[in-house]
Design a protein around this ligand. Structure first.
Ligand code: NAD
Length: 499
């Protein structure tokens, strides 16, 4: 398969508009103050479109539209909501390739990922919640001989949602699908680094979503995010982003006593027990692949397996083989389906990762491969490319404790099971983790001992819609995916009836 033509060049599958507006009340609405900011593609480092730089006034317009739509949408039947979600999924499926290219151009990721994962997962997510809402049932309890309690699910009303830049369309989907299924209207703010692919998606969905049910307002965190998260007119705020921002979101929400769900950062351990190397077979190969997954999505994944723990008895040989895998990973034009690692999402993120590579060196950690930008030529010369980087060090280093959010893995060894568990849990975070072993008992014990919302055993980076996902400790509050998401977007009404 040949590379997709870059937007703006002959034969491009996707053309972005030179300027976008906010999507409010079913219309494209310019920002109240008339300000726009430039959106850059990380693939080349060049500006490709302009985005509204919204503020509190734009948020109020979006909330007006959402509140106008809510009395009708809140009362729709599960069947009507399911029909909308299924129509969204159908449109996305019909435009899968375009959405994947649009996502790559906005975010820099290798197009093979949105083609095979981000967009198909998003489609499945809409379909999953379309089914889930049709099967949700209320409860009835007999209180005494002549009294019963009915438990009803009700939509919250209008909710606010704020998302990051690493999986723009998928993160928007994780928030929109359950909120809409539960009968809510939404005001969503995309990340300022990657607003365009979501607006491109809204162009495709413009005719099928009732006006005001979904509103997209763009802008920066302090100017547009804060007035949304702290607004008295939202019944809930759902946030994905950094732990430091999550703390602010909780403060804002506390003023209005509204529920918060937070999907925050991580520093996930990926643990390789010695029995992995008992044979150099397909299982061993899969484990090596599991190690190299730290560079998937350029390492810009909240569950990035950014701490690798290898049992000492196999440390040198396993790491030697794993380095071979890492060095064979193809980095290049993100729009080439052969490319496995694309560009970091923004110049700021690129600089942050390089600064962490310096910190690692200063701390005395050893670079085993990478550790520098990848200078690609031609059109890609201005893009943000960093070679996948393997460090060796110890768990007390900043490299092991702080989220880098790049293609960087900090590797260390452990003597036995107890030491592995102690290193794994010695972190502020508790989002993801990987356990690789042929021993079912070790797998089960480790799975129950690691303090993280998701433990992958003998696999990594799978995100099915029906598996609850979320963090322990500073990685968040609440879960995404799974039926339980509906509870996060609904009130429970208890009607106590005597007869
Ligand atoms: P960020 O916290 O800087 O920004 C996230 C969003 O919050 C953006 O839309 C931003 O504009 C907005 N924001 C910033 N300040 C705000 C404020 N004061 N009030 C309201 N909104 C504000 O995070 P980021 O750098 O965009 O994303 C990377 C982070 O997201 C990483 O820490 C990563 O681990 C995390 N993440 C977590 C998950 C998860 O499911 N746990 C998934 C993806 C990313």
């Amino acid at each position: 398969m040949t590379a997709y033509a870059h937007p703006g060049t002959p034969g491009a599958l996707v053309e972005y508009k030179p300027r976008y507006e906010n999507w409010i009340g079913g219309e494209w609405v310019p920002p109240v103050d008339g300000r726009y900011f430039e959106n850059i593609t990380p693939v080349t480092g060049k500006v490709f479109t302009e985005i509204p730089q919204s503020n509190a006034a734009d948020i109020e317009l979006a909330l007006d539209a959402a509140h106008r739509a809510a009395p009708t949408w809140n009362k729709t039947s599960p069947a009507e909501r399911a029909a909308l979600l299924n129509r969204i999924a159908d449109v996305m499926e019909a435009n899968l390739e375009k959405l994947a290219v649009a996502e790559t151009w906005d975010n820099g990721k290798a197009v093979r990922e949105p083609l095979a994962a981000d967009i198909p997962l998003a489609i499945d997510h809409f379909r999953y919640f379309a089914s889930a809402i049709r099967t949700q049932e209320g409860r009835l309890s007999q209180i005494d001989e002549d009294t019963v309690a009915y438990h009803f699910h009700e939509p919250l009303g209008v909710v606010g949602q704020i998302i990051p830049w690493n999986f723009p369309i998928l993160m928007a989907t994780w928030k929109l699908a359950p909120a809409l299924a539960a009968g809510n209207c939404v005001v969503l703010k995309p990340a300022e680094q990657t607003p365009a692919s979501i607006l491109y998606l809204m162009e495709l969905l413009a005719d099928i979503i009732p006006p005001g049910v979904v509103n997209i307002v763009n802008g920066f965190g302090a100017e547009a995010g804060k007035p949304l998260a702290s607004n008295k007119r939202i019944a809930k705020i759902a946030f994905t982003g950094e732990t430091t921002t999550g703390r602010l979101i909780m403060q804002y929400a506390s003023q209005n006593i509204i529920p918060v769900t937070l999907e925050l950062g991580g520093k996930s351990p990926n643990i390789f027990f010695e029995d992995v190397a008992a044979e150099k077979d397909a299982f061993y190969d899969k484990a090596l692949e599991g190690y190299a997954m730290f560079s998937l999505n350029q390492g810009e994944v909240c569950t990035c397996p950014s701490r690798a723990l290898i049992q000492r008895s196999i440390y040198d040989s396993f790491l030697g083989d794993a380095l071979g895998r890492v060095e064979a990973t193809v980095q290049g034009d993100p729009l080439d389906p052969a490319t496995q690692i694309g560009a970091q999402a923004s110049n700021d993120q690129y600089e942050k990762i390089l600064s962490y590579i310096d910190i690692g060196k200063q701390e005395g950690a050893k670079i085993l491969t990478g550790g520098e930008p990848n200078e690609l030529g031609g059109d890609l010369a201005g893009g943000y490319y960093i070679k996948p980087t393997v460090f060796e060090g110890s768990n007390s280093m900043r490299l092991f404790q702080e989220e880098i959010f790049g293609p960087v893995v900090a590797t260390t060894s452990f003597a036995d099971y107890d030491e592995a568990m102690s290193i794994a849990n010695d972190t502020l975070y508790g989002l993801g983790s990987g356990v690789w072993t042929r021993n079912g008992n070790t797998a089960f014990r480790a799975g129950r001992t690691i303090q993280a919302g998701r433990v992958w055993v003998n696999n990594y980076h799978a995100y099915p819609a029906h598996a609850a996902f979320g963090g322990y400790k500073s990685s968040g509050i609440g879960r995404e995916n799974h039926l339980m998401m509906l509870d996060h977007y609904q009130q429970t009404k208890n009607l106590l009836v005597s007869y």
